[in-house]
Design a protein around this ligand. Structure first.
Ligand code: ZN
Length: 92
């Protein structure tokens, strides 16, 4: 069996036991109840479970990205209100 990383849009499925990516894959095409075996701890995960974990991880990353953008825009507003003014070239 080949080891492979199951990833969607750059988000890999992780082993529920040890958190690593590569799994020994069954023959493609995969069905949701096909079992993938972790290369490290040999824990078995169904393909459906792995896809589910990718979905959760993608949600987590999306939330983090939103939080980051929100914080950044809050910081920019604070800087615009109270921060350093742009240098106009006039000497004081
Ligand atoms: Zn594992």
């Amino acid at each position: 069996m080949d080891a492979m990383v199951i990833a969607i849009l750059g988000v890999p499925a992780r082993c529920g036991g040890c958190g690593t990516f590569p799994f020994h894959a069954p023959q493609a095409p995969f069905r949701l109840d096909d079992m993938f075996v972790c290369v490290k701890c040999h824990r078995k995960s169904a393909y459906g479970q792995l896809l589910d974990s990718i979905g959760k991880e993608a949600m987590r990353q999306a939330k983090q990205a939103l939080k980051f953008l929100r914080e950044r825009s809050t910081m920019r507003k604070a800087l615009e209100a109270h921060g350093p003014r742009r240098w106009t070239g006039r000497s004081v």
